[in-house]
Structures are given as structure tokens and as C-alpha cells.
Write a protein that binds this ligand. Structure first.
Ligand code: ADP
Ligand code: ASP
Ligand code: MG
Length: 412
């Protein structure tokens, strides 16, 4: 009997009417002869609300207690879905994260270590629908832990891998994965398929339709992962290995997708004494403190033998990073530190870039023609990213979408 994991996001779970619609989809899959494990998110807006409570309670909250608070949203929706399924005549029950999913101790952004799926497995074999809260697990110390924002996607993929499911369907509030966020570019095109590698890169630079870790895990486990709408009956987007793309009739474009991330901040250190160890003196203390540094630009040394270093950190980490740099001022040796949070990272991604020159040039020209200033540039084998002023985000994404020929011809 096929076994599937169905994951429903916050918009799909927002209120009893929507939970009823979710239950109907679950019932249809169970009636079709599948063993079904459902992973649910908190109701839309609920996690934001809970995070805000923690911030109001204390500016320096204990991350273990933060997890106790924010994990509660998924507990509510799990129970409500199980009740609704039972009301439809199905055998169904909920489990909580502590019964199933073991994590490390990085509270607020924990990684999954193992799935304890034996009891749930037996329930599925016995014909029961299993409802599992996304986002939450239990640390080695026995404390509730959460997997980072958007983490229910990763819970779903981990459950699918741990239960040896035949596929994992991620139901959300759009029809699937588009060439860019359809909420800011109405001409964005729905992709029938996208490679694991491209999806991983798109997610890591801001396309929040799937949490980055969920894609990495699905890729390693060779899991059949699909993104589709919980409101319309449509096939959605398959995430596939590169060699399977052709099977979906996908035209090979140089750029597959465009993503943006407004949650970064730029730091510039001027007058850093140059020499082989200069960048290490700056970045080692940040790395030791677990601050993730992304885009890095180092200027050539001036006549006075000093360099300027510009780099980005997650906006939420900016105060901590500035604090660290101030404390290490003497050992690093710099003149001034400045910062800017009004920036956005816009990225174009595509496996076709490997065999096509000129992708970056097209990007710079398209942005330049619109008078959009580029602060910094970074590339990978299948991605080019630029830092631009935040106010220009929407314009930049639209302009690039057109420049790379991604606009859907028939869209409004
Ligand atoms: P869920 O609550 O179902 O997990 P999310 O809000 O986390 O939903 O993710 C879905 C949202 O991701 C969409 O509503 C859309 O605005 C956004 N998004 C960003 N980039 C893309 C993209 N390339 N394709 C589809 N959706 C995208
Ligand atoms: N509810 C959590 C969040 O909003 C997890 C998720 O929905 O994926 O981040
Ligand atoms: Mg999500």
C-alpha cells in the first residue's frame, strides 16, 4: 500500500473551515488506498504572534523558553485536524514532536538528528491517519525545540524519509514553484519541475516556498517532493534530479528563477590594516560567535596600505555583529565601522548558467538601465546575487524577470 506524507502550511490551516477542506483532501488520499501521515503548520500569523509575545516579555529571552512558546501553534492545529478527521468517520490521531523527532540543542533553529517512527508506522499500517505537528521536536536534553521559521517543510520531508514514504506533498497557498514570487510579479510562470539543486539555491537566497533544509534533505534521500495548492486541484511542481527535467517538457532556460531576501544587513569596515591575515582577524570572531557572513567584498589596498571590507549578515544578527566588531576593534585594527539595513539581496539562479556566458552582464545592464545601484556582487556556479537598495526590490525583480525572458506570455 503506498505511503504518503501531506504537509499543509499556515494559510491552509487558518480556521476551522480551512481545516475541514484539508481534512477532505486527506480523506480523499486515504480513501484512494494510501497510508497517510499529515504534517501541519500553525494557523497563518500565529507563529509571528507568539514570537512577538516573547520579544515583549524580554529583549533577551531564553531560547529554550522561546521554543516552548512558539511550538504551541502547531499543537493546536494538529489536535484540531485529528478531531475534524474523526468527525468525518476516519480513524485518526495526533502525535507531538517530542514523541517523534529528536533534534540537537540549537534552540530556535534546531537540526533533526533522528525520527522515532515505530509507533506511528504501526498506526499507519493499521489504517490510522497520523497527524504530526511541523516545526517541533525534542532536544537531547529533553527540551522542546523548533526547527527555524518555515521548518514544517523540513519536518514533513524528515517524516517522509523516516517512514520510507513513497512521496511528500507540500500543500501551500500558491499553485507551486514559480519563476519568482508570484505575489510581486504577476507574470511569474509556474514551473512543472525544478531541479533539487536549483530549488536549494533559490530557497537559500530567499524563495520561502520551501525551507532550504527541507530541499537538502529531500535531495540526499532522493525523495519525491512536490509543491502544490491546497485550494485548487492542479499538479503543482515536482522537485527532481537534473536528468529527469526533460521528462516534464521543460524548456532549458539559462535562468530558472529569481529570488530576493530583505533580511540582510551590510557592514563596512574602513581602514583595515592589510596583510595575509586581515580577513581572518575580522571573520574569525564572527564565525566563533555563530554569525553567518554572506556576501564579502574586499577593496584593493590604497596608498596607505589599508583595505575596506564590506560584508552582509542576517539583519537579526546585526546588533550582535556590531558589538563583536567593537570589542575586537584593537585586535582587528580598523578606522571606522558603518552599517546599512536598507538593502536587499536579489539573486538569479539556473543550472543553465554553467554552459552560458553573459548571465551576470545581462543582470548588471538590466539594473543599470533602470538606475538601480549595485552595492556588491557575489556568484556561485549556478547563481548571481547583487545587493541593491531595499526600495528597489520589486522593480529589480520585475525587470530581471523580463530581461531573462521569464514572463508568462498570457498572464495579466
Ligand atoms: P506555507 O505557509 O504554506 O508554508 P509560505 O508562506 O511559507 O507558505 O510559502 C509560500 C509563499 O512563498 C507564497 O505565498 C509566495 O508568496 C512565496 N514565494 C516566494 N518565492 C516563490 C516562488 N518562486 N514560487 C512560489 N512561491 C514563492
Ligand atoms: N509555523 C512555523 C512558521 O511560521 C513553521 C512553518 O509554518 O513552517 O515559521
Ligand atoms: Mg512555509
Amino acid at each position: 500500500m503506498p505511503r504518503i506524507v501531506m504537509k499543509f502550511g499556515g494559510t491552509s490551516m487558518a480556521g476551522i473551515e480551512r481545516i475541514r477542506a484539508v481534512a477532505a483532501r486527506v480523506k480523499a488520499e486515504a480513501d484512494a488506498g494510501n497510508q497517510v501521515c499529515v504534517v501541519v503548520s500553525a494557523m497563518a500569523g500565529e507563529t509571528d504572534r507568539l514570537v512577538q509575545f516573547c520579544r515583549e516579555a524580554s529583549s533577551a529571552f531564553d531560547p529554550r523558553e522561546y521554543d516552548v512558546v512558539v511550538a504551541s501553534g502547531e499543537q493546536v492545529t494538529s489536535g484540531l485536524l485529528a478531531i475534524t478527521l474523526q468527525g468525518m468517520g476516519l480513524s485518526a490521531r495526533s502525535w507531538m514532536g517530542w514523541q517523534l523527532l529528536r533534534t540537537d540543542s540549537a534552540h530556535g533553529n534546531a537540526r533533526i538528528d533522528a525520527i522515532d517512527g515505530a509507533e506511528l508506522d504501526a498506526a499507519l499500517v493499521g489504517g490510522q491517519v497520523a497527524v504530526v505537528p511541523g516545526f517541533q521536536g525534542i532536544s537531547g536534553e529533553g527540551r522542546v525545540a523548533t526547527l527555524g521559521r518555515g521548518g514544517s517543510d523540513t519536518s514533513a520531508v524528515a517524516m517522509a524519509a523516516g517512514l520510507n514514504a513513497d512521496r511528500c506533498d507540500i500543500y501551500t497557498d500558491v499553485l507551486g514553484v514559480y519563476t519568482t514570487d508570484p505575489r510581486i510579479v504577476p507574470r511569474a510562470r509556474l514551473l512543472a519541475a525544478v531541479t533539487y539543486e536549483e530549488m536549494l539555491e533559490l530557497a537559500s537566497v530567499g524563495a520561502k516556498v520551501l525551507q532550504t533544509r527541507s530541499v537538502g534533505l529531500a535531495m540526499r534521500e532522493k525523495l519525491r517532493l512536490r509543491v502544490l495548492s491546497s485550494f485548487e486541484d492542479a499538479p503543482g511542481t515536482m522537485i527532481v534530479p537534473e536528468e529527469e527535467l526533460a521528462g516534464y517538457g521543460m524548456e532549458r532556460l539559462t535562468v530558472t528563477g529569481i529570488a530576493y531576501d530583505k533580511n540582510e544587513a551590510k557592514i563596512t569596515l574602513t581602514g583595515v590594516a592589510d596583510g595575509p591575515g586581515a580577513p581572518a582577524r575580522v571573520f574569525a570572531p564572527l564565525a566563533d560567535a555563530g554569525v553567518n557572513v554572506d556576501v564579502i567584498v574586499q577593496n584593493v589596498a590604497g596608498a596607505d596600505g589599508t583595505i575596506d571590507l564590506t560584508f552582509t549578515v542576517p539583519a537579526a544578527e546585526l546588533p550582535r555583529a556590531l558589538d563583536l566588531l567593537e570589542r575586537e576593534r584593537a585586535s582587528i585594527g580598523y578606522v571606522e565601522v558603518t552599517h546599512d539595513s536598507d538593502i536587499c539581496k536579489v539573486s538569479v539562479v539556473g543550472v543553465g548558467m554553467r554552459s552560458n556566458a553573459g548571465v551576470a552582464a545581462t543582470m548588471f545592464k538590466a539594473l543599470g538601465d533602470r538606475g538601480i545601484h549595485i552595492h556588491a556582487i557575489t556568484t556561485s556556479e549556478i547563481r548571481v546575487s547583487v545587493l541593491i537598495p531595499k526600495d528597489y526590490t520589486e522593480l529589480a525583480v520585475r525587470v530581471l524577470h523580463t530581461a531573462y525572458g521569464l514572463d508568462a506570455e498570457d498572464a495579466a
